[in-house]
Write a protein that binds this ligand. Structure first.
Ligand SMILES: [Mg+2]
Length: 454
């Protein structure tokens, strides 16, 4: 924290947004049945106070289209500039609603798609700022908030049929017992991770075996494989993985939305013999009843349905949870309306007895989501049993304070903030389209220079 926290010092004087893209498509990293060539990217927001304190937030994107999110952030910018940081935090739910329900912009949402991604990037930058002003990591900021304060950040509109503000406060008060022990425990043991690294669709046999071995050696016991392009090929790759990791380790698969509802059921019946814990995103991320049908059909096979990484907002999460359409709730830290709305999903999932196993990977998703899951362990569920955070070992070196995973566990972040500050060098190299690395890739013919006509 720099200087005293006077109102004038804490006035937000600027909000900058950058289009940052990493050329991950060159190595097929992140390739799945739907996203065959992602260039992991983000819309990167920096808010700055009069005193000079900064908050950094981002939302993850897959390359093309990031410029649209950047434009949406710019459309919301004037609602943030001129505000005083602690005035926002005093009534964060009210401020959050002013962004998501802006009387004209809401027509191009509301609370979904590009405008909601833009809200997430802005809101995440404000949480980073808040934590930095208090000199705490976000997970400890969350854990230190009184139940009433925490709940005051959440907009309960449209979810009170499942959970009310008063109920949420009650739940959080009850969950406080043992809180200090759990904080200490997190510092020592961290939070369990699983790896998606072994099974991107673009990888060769040798790459898959080598990666399985590497992650086994690192202590991982939970693996996830991309499926859904070709049944025979899925069987071949699952055999390869099972032969390498054995049958005691946990295995899940991810179809990234490629199937019809019935197709998902038939396909998974063929894969069930590989002892699959969950099928992730079997069909359209919007098809709540379709997911419920799949979940019901696969339950006798011991396979649960996991989804949420592309779920639009808390209302859809509510319905997924109410309809038994997800057995594993995969919140994504860069989506829905940032931390405020994600907290409401944690509370609903807790009340309805569904485990949260967050989505991560991409850019900054591991960095952010570890904070939320650690808060859940300390303040809400009180357990790590059957819960695990996705881990992908990519692009962490672009951050000033990257995620640290040791012995297959996320280590509790100790630095202030949300771990979302990119290195200056990463920005200079990878800002799109003018970053130095992009200039050099256009020259090598690896990418088309978007500033030139075809
Ligand atoms: Mg996925």
């Amino acid at each position: 924290m720099s200087g005293t926290m006077t109102t004038e010092n804490l006035r937000i004087v600027s909000l900058d947004v950058k289009d940052i893209r990493f050329p991950t498509s060159l190595g097929a990293h992140g390739s799945d049945a739907m996203h065959t060539d992602p260039d992991y990217s983000c819309a990167y927001v920096t808010v700055k106070t009069a005193k000079g304190d900064e908050g950094h937030g981002l939302t993850f994107t897959c390359g093309r289209g990031t410029e649209i999110v950047v434009a949406a952030v710019k459309s919301l910018r004037n609602m943030v500039i001129g505000q005083t940081a602690f005035e926002i935090f005093k009534d964060f739910a009210g401020f959050w609603r002013s962004l998501t329900s802006e009387t004209q912009i809401r027509w191009v949402g509301p609370e979904k798609g590009v405008t909601h991604l833009a809200v997430a990037a802005i809101v995440n930058s404000l949480w980073d700022l808040w934590a930095k002003l208090l000199n705490k990591p976000v997970w400890l900021l969350l854990a230190d908030l009184e139940p009433e304060q925490l709940v005051s950040t959440i907009d309960f509109r449209y979810i009170t049929d499942v959970i009310t503000k008063e109920e949420a406060i009650e739940i959080l008060k009850k969950a406080r017992e043992g809180k200090e022990e759990r904080i200490q425990d997190l510092f020592v043991h961290g939070y369990p991770a699983y790896t998606t690294q072994v099974g991107w669709l673009g990888y060769s046999n040798e790459q898959i075996i080598e990666l399985c071995q590497r992650y086994l050696d690192l202590g991982f016991t939970f693996f996830k494989l991309k499926v859904g392009n070709d049944l025979k090929d899925d069987i071949r790759r699952l055999e390869l993985v099972r032969n390498t990791i054995g049958w005691d380790n946990t295995l899940a698969v991810d179809a990234n939305q490629v199937w019809e509802v019935n197709e998902a059921i038939e396909w998974m019946k063929e894969l069930a013999r590989f002892k699959i814990t969950w099928i992730e995103e079997p069909t359209s991320p919007d098809d709540i009843l379709g997911h419920a049908t799949i979940a019901k059909a696969l339950k006798p096979l011991g396979i649960g349905v996991a989804t949420g990484e592309m779920c639009c907002n808390r209302v859809m999460f509510k319905q997924f949870l109410q309809a038994d359409a997800m057995q594993y709730c995969q919140i994504d830290s860069a989506r829905i309306g940032g931390i405020n709305e994600i907290l409401s999903v944690y509370l609903m999932a807790h009340k309805l007895g569904v485990k949260i196993c967050p989505h991560a990977g991409g850019i900054g998703l591991c960095e952010m989501v570890q904070h939320l899951q650690m808060w859940d362990y300390i303040c809400l569920s009180g357990t790590r049993e059957g819960r695990v955070i996705e881990y992908v070992d990519q692009q962490h070196d672009q951050f000033v304070n990257p995620t640290i995973v040791d012995k297959a566990c996320y280590q509790a972040p100790r630095v202030a903030g949300y771990n979302t500050t990119l290195k200056q060098e990463a920005i200079e190299k990878y800002e799109y389209p003018n970053g130095s690395e992009w200039e050099s890739m256009y020259q090598k013919g690896l990418f088309h220079d978007p500033r030139k006509l075809y």
